[in-house]
Design a protein around this ligand. Structure first.
Ligand code: CAA
Ligand code: FAD
Length: 387
C-alpha cells in the first residue's frame, strides 16, 4: 500500500488547481447566471493537457493515467462543476475512441479533442424514453450502400450544440436478423440532418450545454462504425465504468469546496459572542463532512488505480467505479447541504457560492447512471462474483 502521489500526478493536480483558482473560480457565478458555454476556458484547458489526461501522447494526450485524471477533475470541479462535466465527457469520448476506434478514427478525431479544436466531445446514448435503460433506445442506423442512415432523437446530451465529435448509439440489424446496439463516430458539422433542441434550463451546472439532438436521414459512411457491429452496448458500459470515476471525482470537488468554505466561515461568523466554529454542533458537522469526503476520495482513487491496472492486465472494475460514484456523489450532496447550514440564512442567497454548489451537486446523483442504477451494478456484481 502506498498513498503517495507520483510526480506526474502531482503536476497534473497542481496544474488543474492553478488554472481553477486563477481562471475558473472568478467567473463561475457569472457563468451560472448567463449559462454561457465556457469555450475559452476549454481551449486553455486543452493547451494544459486536460482534455486528454489519460490519452496517449501520440494523440496529443497527457498520458498521465486515471489517478491523475481523477485528481484533475476534482480540482476543476472545486471551481466550476459546469466546466468539469464538459471536461469529463470530452475525456470519456476521447478514451472510447482510443480504446475501440480504427487507426483512421483515432488519427482523425482524438487530436481534435485533445487540442481543443473540436471544443468538446459528446456522448449520445440517452433518449427521452431510454435513460436508465439504454438498451430500450429507438434511434436506428439502417444499412445502405456505402454506409448507414441514422434516424432518431437523443436527449440530455452534454455539449451537444458545441461538440466537434459525437459518439452516437443506434439499433442495427445483425446478419442473423436480430437487432443489437452499435456505436458510430461522426463530426456533426460534416453531415446534414442533425438538429439540436433548445438548451435545457437546468437547476445547476448551468454553464454546461445540455440539448436534445435529432438525426433525420443522416448519411454516414462505412467508416463511422466505432468498434464491431453489435458491440455498442458493451462499448457504452465500458465507457461508463470509466466515466463514473470522473463523476465521483467531480462530486468530490464540489463537496471539498463546500467544506473549505464552511471551515472559513465558521471561523469568521460570531454568535453568542464567539465564532460559531467554537460550538461543538458546528465542529461535528465539519468533522463528518471531512471524514465522508476522505472516504469518497479513497474510493475514487482506488477505482482510478484499478482502471489503470485493468488497462495493463485486463479485468473489470465496474463494482468499484459504481461504489465510487454512488458514495462520492451522496457524500458530496451531504457536504454541500451541511455547508449551507453552517452559513445559515446567508448560505441560502446568491451572495455565497455554497448556494450554487448545492444546486450543482444535485445532478451528480442522476447522470452517468442514477445512484439507483449504481446500486443495481454493485448488487449484480456481488451476486455474480461474491464479496
Ligand atoms: N463492461 C462490460 N460488459 C458489460 C458491462 C460492463 N461494465 N456491463 C454490462 N455488460 C455486458 C453484460 O455482461 C451483458 O453481456 P452478455 O449479453 O454477453 O451477457 C450485456 O452487457 C448486457 O448487460 P446487462 O444484462 O447487465 O444489461 P441491462 O440492460 O440489464 O443494463 C445497466 C445494465 C447497468 C442498468 C445499464 O443499462 C446502465 O448502466 N444504465 C444506466 C445508463 C447510464 O449510465 N447512462 C449514462 C449516460 S451518459 C451521461 O449521463 C453523461 C453525463 O453524465 C454528463
Ligand atoms: P429514468 O431512467 O426514467 O429514471 C427515473 C427514476 O427511476 C430514477 O430515480 C431511477 O433511478 C429510477 N429507476 C430506473 N430504473 C430503475 C431500476 N432498475 N431500479 C431502481 N430504480 C430505477 N446522457 C447521455 O447519454 N449523454 C450525456 O452527455 C448526458 N448528459 C446529461 C446531463 C444532464 C445535466 C442530465 C440531467 C442528464 C444527462 N444525461 C446524459 C442523461 C442521464 O444519463 C439520464 O438522465 C440518467 O441516466 C437517468 O435517465 P432518466 O433521466 O431517463 O431517468
Amino acid at each position: 500500500m502506498n498513498f503517495e502521489l507520483n510526480e506526474t500526478q502531482k503536476l497534473v493536480r497542481d496544474t488543474a488547481r492553478r488554472f481553477a483558482d486563477t481562471e475558473l473560480r472568478p467567473h463561475a457565478a457569472e457563468r451560472d447566471r448567463t449559462e454561457e458555454f465556457p469555450a475559452d476556458a476549454l481551449k486553455k484547458m486543452a493547451e494544459l493537457g486536460l482534455m486528454g489526461v489519460n490519452i496517449a501522447a501520440d494523440y496529443g494526450g497527457s498520458e498521465a493515467g486515471v489517478v491523475a485524471y481523477s485528481l484533475a477533475i476534482t480540482e476543476i470541479a472545486r471551481a466550476d462543476a459546469a466546466v468539469a462535466v464538459t471536461m469529463a465527457v470530452t475525456n470519456m469520448v476521447g478514451e472510447v475512441i482510443e480504446k475501440f476506434g480504427s487507426a483512421a478514427q483515432k488519427e482523425q478525431f482524438i487530436p481534435r479533442l485533445t487540442s481543443g479544436a473540436a471544443q468538446a466531445g459528446a456522448f449520445c446514448l440517452s433518449e427521452a424514453g431510454a435513460g436508465s435503460d439504454p438498451a430500450g433506445m429507438r434511434t436506428r442506423a439502417t444499412r445502405v450502400d456505402g454506409g448507414w442512415v441514422l434516424n432518431g432523437s437523443k436527449a440530455w446530451i452534454t455539449s451537444g450544440e458545441f461538440a466537434g465529435a459525437y459518439i452516437v448509439w443506434a439499433r442495427t440489424e445483425m446478419p442473423e436478423g436480430d437487432e443489437k446496439l452499435s456505436a458510430f463516430l461522426l463530426d456533426p458539422a460534416a453531415h446534414d440532418g442533425i438538429t439540436c433542441g433548445k438548451p435545457e434550463e437546468k437547476m445547476g451546472q448551468r454553464g454546461s450545454n445540455t440539448v436534445s439532438i435529432t438525426f433525420e436521414d443522416v448519411r454516414i459512411g462505412e467508416d463511422a462504425l466505432l468498434g464491431n457491429l453489435g458491440d455498442g452496448f458493451k462499448i457504452a458500459m465500458v465507457a461508463l465504468d470509466g466515466g463514473r470515476i470522473g463523476i465521483g471525482s467531480l462530486a468530490l470537488g464540489l463537496g471539498t469546496e463546500a467544506l473549505s468554505l464552511a471551515i472559513d466561515y465558521s471561523k469568521e461568523r460570531e454568535q453568542f459572542g464567539q465564532a460559531i466554529g467554537r460550538f461543538q454542533g458546528i465542529q461535528f458537522k465539519l468533522a463528518d463532512m471531512a471524514t465522508e469526503l476522505d472516504a469518497a476520495r479513497l474510493l475514487c482513487l482506488r477505482a482510478a488505480w484499478m482502471k489503470n491496472e485493468a488497462a495493463k492486465k485486463g479485468g473489470r472494475f465496474s463494482r468499484q467505479a459504481s461504489m465510487a460514484k454512488l458514495f462520492s456523489t451522496e457524500a458530496a450532496w451531504r457536504a454541500c447541504d451541511e455547508s449551507l447550514q453552517v452559513f445559515g440564512g446567508y448560505g441560502y442567497t446568491k451572495e455565497y457560492a455554497v448556494e450554487r454548489l448545492l444546486r450543482d451537486v444535485r445532478v451528480t446523483r442522476i447522470y452517468e447512471g442514477t445512484n439507483e442504477i449504481q446500486r443495481v451494478v454493485i448488487a449484480r456484481d456481488l451476486s455474480r462474483n461474491g464479496l
